[in-house]
Design a protein around this ligand. Structure first.
Ligand SMILES: [Zn+2]
Length: 285
C-alpha cells in the first residue's frame, strides 16, 4: 500500500470551521446567586462565536471526588439549568464517569461541587462530556440537504493525526453560525485547533455491515476506501430497491460507499456511467 494514501478519495466535502470547547460551566440564576451573591450579574469578557453567547469574567472551582479544577470559565447568558462541560480526560481527574450527552440532556449524569467567591453548590447532576456537534444556520442546512438532529461524518486534521469523527450531531437554528464544536480531547486527537477548517464528508456511520476477510494487495482495495481500513468495505444496501439510479450512485460516492444491488434490479445506464466515473463498485446481491 502507498505510504501516503489519499485521505479523502472521491468523497464530497463541505468545509466548516472548528471551535474547540475548553472546560466550562453554564449556570442557572439560583446558582449564580449562590456562588457569586444574591442578584449578581455575570460580566461579559468576550463574545463567543455563536451569537449571543459570551465568556464571563467569572470563574468557579469544579470539584469531584478525585480532584478539582480551579478557574473554570463561566459562560453566559444564564440558563434554565446548570451544566458543566468537561472532557473525558477531565472526568478521570475529577473521579467521575465520563458521560457523553447532548447539551441539556442531563438526567442521570454525574454531579460535582461548584465553588465560587460567595459560596458553593452541590450539583446532583449536570456534569457532561458534550457530544460533538455542528451549529448550523437554516440556510447552510438547506444547502447541505440536512435537517436538525441529522448525524454526519467529519474529517479533521491532516497527516498522521487525520481523524474521521463519525456521528456528529447537526443542530439547526437561526441563532447559529456554521461551526463544529469539539472538546479538547477530540481536538487533540486530530491535532486541530480553533478556527481550523474541517470537512463534512458524509452521513451517519454505523458499524461496518460486512467485513471482507483479507484484502490482499492495494490493487484489490476499493478505490473509494483509500485511506480507510483496507479490511472494511462499507456498503450502501439497495437490495430493497428495484431500480438503481444515478442519484443512488452519487450519494454512495459522496459517502464513500459501495452499492449492493438486488438480483434482477435494473441499473440505469446513467447509474452505470456514474459508478464508473466515481469508481463506486456495484456489488450483486
Ligand atoms: Zn456548541
Amino acid at each position: 500500500m502507498s505510504a501516503t494514501p489519499a485521505v479523502h478519495g472521491s468523497l464530497g466535502r463541505t468545509p466548516l470551521r472548528v471551535g474547540v470547547s475548553a472546560r466550562h460551566v453554564h449556570l442557572c440564576r439560583d446558582h449564580v446567586d449562590a456562588l457569586f451573591g444574591s442578584g449578581y450579574s455575570l460580566h461579559p469578557k468576550g463574545e463567543l462565536s455563536q451569537p449571543g453567547q459570551y465568556a464571563a469574567q467569572e470563574c468557579v472551582v469544579v470539584a469531584g471526588p478525585g480532584g478539582a479544577f480551579e478557574r473554570v470559565r463561566v459562560l453566559g447568558p444564564v440558563r434554565s439549568a446548570t451544566q458543566v462541560e468537561v472532557s473525558a480526560s477531565d472526568c478521570r481527574a475529577l473521579g467521575v464517569p465520563a458521560v457523553v450527552r447532548d447539551s441539556g440532556d442531563l438526567a442521570g449524569t454525574p454531579g460535582c461541587v461548584l465553588i465560587g467567591p460567595a459560596g458553593s453548590v452541590r450539583l446532583e447532576q449536570g456534569l457532561i462530556v458534550a457530544a460533538r456537534h455542528i451549529h448550523m444556520a437554516p440556510i447552510d442546512a438547506r444547502l447541505q440537504g440536512l435537517v436538525d438532529r441529522d448525524l454526519v461524518a467529519v474529517m479533521a486534521g491532516e497527516g498522521p493525526r487525520a481523524t474521521l469523527f463519525a456521528n456528529v450531531l447537526v443542530r439547526v437554528s437561526s441563532d447559529y453560525r456554521l461551526e463544529l464544536h469539539l472538546d479538547v480531547d477530540e481536538a487533540n486527537a486530530a491535532a486541530v485547533s480553533n478556527g481550523d477548517t474541517v470537512w463534512i464528508v458524509g452521513g451517519a456511520l454505523s458499524m461496518p455491515q460486512e467485513r471482507v476477510g483479507q484484502v490482499g494487495s492495494a490493487g484489490q482495495e476499493e478505490p473509494a476506501l483509500r485511506g480507510q481500513s483496507p479490511s472494511v468495505r462499507r456498503v450502501l444496501d439497495l437490495t430493497s430497491v428495484p431500480l438503481v439510479t444515478e442519484e443512488h450512485v452519487i450519494e454512495a460516492a459522496r459517502q464513500g460507499l459501495s452499492v449492493r444491488v438486488r438480483a434482477g434490479a435494473l441499473v440505469t445506464p446513467l447509474a452505470r456511467d456514474a459508478a464508473r466515473e466515481r469508481r463506486v463498485e456495484l456489488i450483486p446481491e
